[in-house]
Write a protein that binds this ligand. Sequence first.
Ligand code: NCD
Ligand code: ZN
Length: 355
Amino acid sequence: MALNSPAQKLIIRQPDDWHVHLRDGSILEAVLSATSRVFGRAIVMPNLQPPITSVEAAKSYRERILSSLSSGADFTPLMTVFLKDGLSPDVIKQGWHEGVFTAAKLYPAHSTTNSSDGVSDLIAIDSLLETMENIDMPLLIHGEVNDPHVDIFDREEVFIERHLAPLLSRHPGLRVVLEHITTEQAVQFVEANAGKLAATITPHHLHINRNAMFLGGIRSDFYCLPVAKRERHRLALRKAATSGKKCFFLGTDSAPHTRAAKESACGCAGIFNAPNALESYAEVFDEEGALDRLEAFASVNGPSFYGLPLNKKTVTLIRQTNIVPLVFELLNKENEKLVPFHAGETLQWKLEENN
Ligand code: NCD
Ligand code: ZN
């Protein structure tokens, strides 16, 4: 990493996004362009409708992604399989051995967008987890209980106590990523179990706390799951992300929903941060005086955990006024729009063109 002093320019190894929703159909191409402009690889979430639960479905989704890339784009989608009740361990093994699945994603049923087919009983899928432990395939977890009696702001903490800690004891060899962590309890738990356990951290959970959703009225653009928590949790996440510790790495959870879907009476959960994701993280690392650790978080810790090679290319960030547009046009037939994270705000870093 080369760093000028004072830092006006930051050159880092090309980053990867270890948690992204690229969607499908008429919005795929535009959404993908926002991710592939900067990231070399991305772990692609399988929560389509219907979800990706077979090797064939993952292969054809991968094909659709590759054929939606703009010419000259060099980007590798890493596919995941959606765990559901009754899924055969043979599917997991086949997808892993054929190099189609990089990981499996566990959504507790009904915990988030398109997760109604998710897992209703963790114990019932224990043989799947045992298979994954044996073949050393990573398990990615949406760590929230789906129990409606648990307060929404406590669902991550309760998931860790009720489900994650026992799961790690049952499967001590299983590699697990606790996705998009939002609490100081998650930070502490991941640090205490580092090695087999790691976590992704999103840009939005580093920038906003739960007040953002209620600033002068209901702000659905800041609603995502797990929902943003109190300020003390945001500060714990910033400390964790900028610590350089190997157990924390970049995963944007960029989750586009059209303007109409966000604004409806029952607005969808998800924040579309891909258009400025690296710039958004850079802002946080800069504010924390940790620009020298951005590369570890964005480009090294993730591939190291997954056992994949580091990217060879570099990307350059310039300290430059970066005004984030109010809308991201999808340019599809339906003329739909997305509102990007930081819409209308000014960021201090910009990706150099022609990276
Ligand atoms: C994600 C989505 O929209 O697919 N939403 C979100 O709020 N993060 C699903 C998820 O990762 O929970
Ligand atoms: Zn997600």
